[in-house]
Design a protein around this ligand. Structure first.
Ligand SMILES: O=C(O)C1NCC[C@@H]1O
Length: 349
């Protein structure tokens, strides 16, 4: 049997969110930076994303990452992130999957109790600190590129709902933030379908009514996700550490719940909370997903991005390898580039 493509894929998840890690079979990719390599896939080779993420090999809730060498002498490795409808320049859950796979498969050397990595994402360099024991990565802490707020307390006219006040913020992806309680949500998993439907409606309204453009790179995608935020709870950890805990439901395109608390959404939420005076640098913020998994986050420092005040977020979470998979493409397979069926794959916007 001759195959037209064979990819070595390590399947993983971070706090419940899928992240396939392609470790072999892609070959040479043009471009100096990982951003340029990402653009190459986007413009000339999008069939690889579709092959990995669409049916019959993928599912709407899958993400994938292509591990590639970085040309930056400071970086240990690079990666391009592939999602259902876009190429985000950064992703928290995917970065945790990539770091865990690189260390647990021996692609990069693991040092116990802590391994420091620098990974080049399309958004830039990401510093990663992995707690390791007995050959296992127990916790991945990543320091994201700066997050900032585009619009505070913006009024949106939403079809069938009227006026809703939202914030729009960037944390590697761009999010609409809306208060869950005032929209009638308890943030229970039973509300999944309604959250996805309204999340898409809010996102569509925001794209039409509010301008966003990343000041350092206008090619970074605009608003593609909605975060429904729960109330803030001021608590103490089992070991007495003070923290602020909050639940969220992140609706990523094309309209499905992020199973993890969403690392880029958490980064953007830190920027929103800081701008509102509700979170200070160094304070522990524990973000919970709709399935109850969690990321611990902090504002490491403050900075600016173009005209915006910004925060440098760190996000910690855990990832696990679930399978080793050799994905092949038979040249007689009629579905060379994958396919999609029905809801929620409606045309975007
Ligand atoms: O953790 C994150 O940032 C994300 N999880 C899937 C969609 C986003 O990239």
């Amino acid at each position: 049997m001759r195959f037209s493509r064979a990819l070595n894929v390590v399947d993983a998840h971070a706090e419940g969110e899928s992240g396939k890690v392609v470790v072999g079979g892609v070959g040479k990719v043009p471009g100096q930076s990982l951003f340029e390599k990402m653009r190459y896939f986007e413009e000339h080779h999008d069939q690889l994303r579709k092959l990995l993420l669409q049916e019959p090999r993928g599912a709407m809730w899958h993400n994938a990452n292509i591990v590639l060498p970085s040309n930056d002498p400071r970086a240990d490795m690079g990666y391009v992130i592939l999602e259902s409808t876009e190429y985000p320049v950064m992703s928290g859950s995917n970065t945790m999957c990539v770091a865990t796979v690189l260390l647990e498969t021996g692609m990069l050397p693991m040092t116990e109790p802590v391994t420091h990595l620098t990974l080049e994402s399309p958004a830039g360099l990401i510093r990663v600190e992995c707690e390791c024991a007995d050959g296992k990565v127990r916790q991945v802490k990543l320091v994201n590129q700066p997050a900032f707020v585009y619009h505070h307390f913006a009024d949106l006219d939403v079809d069938g709902l009227g006026r809703v006040t939202v914030d729009i913020a960037y944390g590697g992806m761009t999010f609409v933030f809306a208060d869950a309680e005032s929209l009638g949500f308890k943030l229970d998993v039973s509300e999944e379908a309604a959250l996805c439907e309204l999340g898409q409606r809010l996102k569509r309204a925001a794209v039409r009514q509010l301008d966003v453009s990343h000041p350092e790179n206008p090619l970074i995608p605009g608003i593609t996700n909605t975060v429904f935020t729960g109330p803030l709870h001021h608590e103490r950890d089992e070991d007495g550490t003070e923290l602020i805990r909050s639940r969220n439901a992140t609706v990523v395109s094309p309209g499905r719940i992020d199973r993890s608390p969403c690392g880029t959404g958490t980064s953007a939420r830190l920027a929103v909370l800081h701008a509102k005076g509700l979170l200070q640098p160094g304070q522990l913020f524990r973000h919970e997903s709709l399935i109850g998994s969690r990321f611990d986050a902090r504002i490491e420092s403050t900075t600016t991005v173009g005209p915006y005040d910004a925060v440098v977020p760190s996000i910690s979470g855990r990832a696990w390898i679930t399978s080793f998979n050799q994905l092949v493409l038979d040249p007689t397979d009629p579905f060379q580039h994958g396919f999609v069926v029905g809801r929620p794959w409606e045309p975007e916007l």
